[in-house]
Design a binder for this molecule. Structure first.
Ligand SMILES: Nc1ncnc2c1ncn2[C@@H]1O[C@H](COP(=O)(O)OP(=O)(O)O)[C@@H](O)[C@H]1O
Ligand SMILES: [Mg+2]
Length: 238
């Protein structure tokens, strides 16, 4: 088996003493695309925010590249190679595409390094190259999502955490965005994504976890999850 890059063990999380994650465990191996899928309110964002260090679990542990990061703060995790793309894009609308991207590289001041990374994300997203001098608010929804992902790549992560990147996108654009996820993985970046679009995300993932009210209820290779009658009935309307 390939090297485990992220290991989440039995984490419990709460907001204002109200428990929302009741012992979530998952692992991601180097080079994988792993999808965590589930309905609205199931605990997907809470799981990602906890891995990203924006929230700390009340119990359980998280290891990343062999180190315990359970209590590590978010800014330190970015430097260590975890990039979290939150739900809802959150670009600076009045700044240009290029300025937004450069902000993503805040962990380095080295001009040549920033240039090299810009060159790499423009190769991945040629449309952003074309639009680099436009303000972010003038981009279409799909382009904004690509810009948000590209900004996350500017910190040169080993692990990319993606929160509902399909939200609000037309089906044709979802496909385009998911295709680039595969390209990003092929460049050697490991990916953990969370989605309500169960079928589409399992189709690009190697393995998946199904989360329901703060608990993992199924996990396995994506192709197996896609064939499970209870998953098809609950999440794919079949
Ligand atoms: N900041 C918060 N304060 C209180 N409760 C929250 C907060 N964020 C999320 N919750 C609650 O935690 C549960 C899990 O939410 P979330 O992780 O956002 O789910 P998902 O991303 O799967 O939709 C939900 O019941 C939600 O209402
Ligand atoms: Mg969410």
């Amino acid at each position: 088996m390939s090297e485990i890059i992220l290991e989440v063990k039995d984490i419990h999380c709460e907001y204002d003493n109200v428990p929302v994650l009741h012992g979530v465990s998952l692992r991601v191996c180097k080079g994988e695309i792993v999808a965590m899928v589930g309905s609205n309110g199931a605990g997907k964002t809470t799981t990602l925010r906890t891995i990203a260090g924006l929230l700390h679990p009340v119990s359980g542990s998280i290891r990343f590249m062999g180190k315990d990061i359970t209590r590590t703060e978010a800014y330190a995790l970015v430097r260590n190679g975890i990039s979290y793309i939150p739900e809802g894009r959150r670009l600076f609308g009045k700044l240009t595409v290029r300025q937004n991207l450069e902000l993503g590289a805040y962990t380095t001041k080295e001009r040549s390094v920033i240039q090299k990374r810009l060159h790499e994300v423009f190769r991945l997203f040629p449309i952003l190259d074309e639009r680099q001098n436009q303000t972010a608010e003038t981009l279409s929804g799909g382009e904004q999502q690509m810009c948000a992902i590209a900004r996350g790549l500017m910190s040169d992560p080993a692990l990319l955490l993606l929160d509902e990147i399909s939200l609000g996108l037309a089906p044709s654009l979802v496909e385009a965005v998911f295709d680039t996820i595969i390209k990003i993985r092929d460049q050697g970046i490991t990916i953990l994504l969370v989605e309500q679009l169960v079928q589409e995300s399992l189709e690009i993932a190697d393995r998946g976890y199904v989360i329901q009210t703060g608990r993992i209820v199924h996990d396995g290779p994506s192709h197996e999850l896609l064939e499970m009658p209870e998953i098809r009935a609950a999440y794919m309307g079949m």
